[in-house]
Design a protein around this ligand. Structure first.
Ligand code: ZN
Ligand code: ZN
Length: 359
C-alpha cells in the first residue's frame, strides 16, 4: 500500500510548534486510528508549549494536543469494541489496572499510565489499552466539539469528588480560565454555592452565566490581604468557604486558598505550578484550623465516564466553553496568540476548537 500523508502539529521545543506532513498512522493489533473531527486547545497544552516539555506526558519533537473526538477510520486486528465510522472520544491516557496505585483506585497515579498525544492532526493512532479502557462512543446528536470536552471535565469531576463538597456547601473557586470555569459550572450543577474569584471583567460574566452566585473581581484590589478579606466577606458569616479550589497554578493563589477556607474546610490545589515552586503556609492556621489540603491530578476511567455522561445529558453548557473555531493550518498562530494574550491579559477564547471538518 502506498504511504498516505497527513497534516499534523509537531512540538519541537519551547514555543516551537510546526505544522508538518507526517505519515498517516496504521492501526496495529487492538488499536484504532481516529479521523479527528474536533480538537480543543487546553491550558495544559499552552503550559507545555511555553515550557517546551511536560514532566509526564511528552518530550519533543512530538505530536501535540490531547482533547479530541472523531470517527474511527480504521481498526486493527482483534479490535471488537468499535467499528469503522463510529464517533468516539479516545481519552488521553489509560491506567494498567495492576500496579499499587491502580489496585487502590488511584488510577490517575498509575505507575505505568499510558499517555497519548497528537490531537492537532488529521488522524490519531489510539493505543490498544486506551481503546479497551478509555474510549467512549459518542451519541449521534452530540457535536464532536462538545464530546471533546470529556478530558478536562473528567479532571474537574475528579477534583470535585475529592473535595467532598455536598449540595448547599459554599465553595470559592480561584481562577476563571477554562478549568476554573468548568469547576464553577460542575459545582453549581451539583447544587454547590459557588463564589468565583476572577481577574478580568469578561471572566466575571462567564462565571455568572455558568452558575457562580457571587463573583469577586480582583481588578483594583491591591495585595493578598485585601483580596483574601474581600473573598471572606462573601462567605457565610465571613468564616471562610467550606471548600476552596485553586485553579490558577501560582504559589500566590495557593497561599490565598488556605486563607479563604473555613476552619475544618478543604482546600484543593487544582492548578499545577512549575516544578521547583514552593509556598509558605501558616502552620498554626492549618493545625488549629483543622484544614484539609488536597491536590488533585488528572482523571480516572470512572471520572471520564461521569464527565462524558454530564456532557451527553446536555445539562453541562458545553457551548459556553467552545468559543472559538478554526482550521488545523492556524494551529501555530492559535498558540502564539494564546501566549501573547496570557502575557498581556487580553480577551481570549475559553477554548478554540480545531475543526478538521466532515469529508
Ligand atoms: Zn486538557
Ligand atoms: Zn497502574
Amino acid at each position: 500500500m502506498t504511504q498516505q500523508w497527513m497534516n499534523a502539529a509537531v512540538l519541537y521545543g519551547r514555543e516551537d510548534l510546526r505544522l508538518e506532513q507526517v505519515p498517516v498512522p496504521q492501526p496495529e493489533a487492538g488499536e484504532i486510528v481516529v479521523r479527528v473531527g474536533a480538537a480543543l486547545t487546553c491550558g495544559t497544552d499552552l503550559k507545555v508549549y511555553r515550557r517546551g516539555y511536560h514532566a509526564k506526558m511528552l518530550k519533543p519533537p512530538m505530536l501535540f494536543g490531547h482533547e479530541l473526538a472523531g470517527w474511527v477510520e480504521a481498526a486493527g486486528a482483534g479490535c471488537t469494541r468499535f467499528q469503522v465510522g463510529d464517533r468516539v472520544v479516545p481519552l488521553n491516557s489509560a491506567p494498567c489496572d495492576a500496579c499499587f496505585f491502580c489496585e487502590r483506585g488511584q488510577q490517575n497515579l498509575c505507575e505505568d499510565l499510558l499517555f497519548n498525544n497528537g490531537a492537532y492532526a488529521e488522524y490519531l493512532r489510539v493505543p490498544a489499552r486506551i481503546v479497551e479502557k478509555n474510549t467512549l462512543l459518542v451519541p449521534d446528536d452530540l457535536p464532536l466539539e462538545f464530546a471533546a470536552l470529556t478530558e478536562p471535565l473528567a479532571c474537574v469531576v475528579r477534583g470535585l469528588e475529592e473535595s467532598g463538597a455536598r449540595p448547599g456547601d459554599s465553595m470559592i473557586v480561584i481562577g476563571a480560565g477554562p478549568i476554573g470555569l468548568m469547576f464553577m459550572h460542575a459545582a453549581a450543577l451539583a447544587g454547590i454555592d459557588v463564589t468565583a474569584v476572577v481577574k478580568r471583567a469578561e471572566q466575571a460574566a462567564s462565571a455568572q452565566r455558568l452558575g457562580a452566585r457571587q463573583v469577586l473581581s480582583i481588578e483594583g484590589l491591591t495585595g493578598a490581604s485585601e483580596i483574601i478579606a474581600a473573598a471572606r466577606t462573601l462567605t457565610p458569616e465571613g468564616r471562610g468557604a467550606d471548600v476552596v479550589i485553586e485553579a490558577v497554578a501560582t504559589p500566590a493563589t495557593w497561599e490565598w486558598a488556605v486563607e479563604m477556607v473555613r476552619k475544618g474546610g478543604v482546600v484543593n490545589f487544582f492548578g499545577g505550578p512549575p516544578s521547583g515552586t514552593v509556598v509558605a503556609l501558616d502552620t498554626n492556621r492549618l493545625h488549629y484550623g483543622d484544614v484539609t489540603l488536597k491536590a488533585s491530578f488528572h482523571h480516572t476511567p470512572a471520572t471520564c465516564r461521569t464527565a462524558f455522561k454530564l456532557i451527553s445529558s446536555r445539562r453541562f453548557a458545553s457551548a459556553e466553553f467552545v468559543t472559538g473555531r478554526t482550521g488545523l493550518g492556524e494551529i501555530p498562530a492559535v498558540f502564539r496568540g494564546m501566549l501573547e494574550r496570557s502575557a498581556t491579559n487580553g480577551k481570549r477564547d475559553i477554548k478554540t476548537a480545531i475543526l478538521m471538518g466532515e469529508r
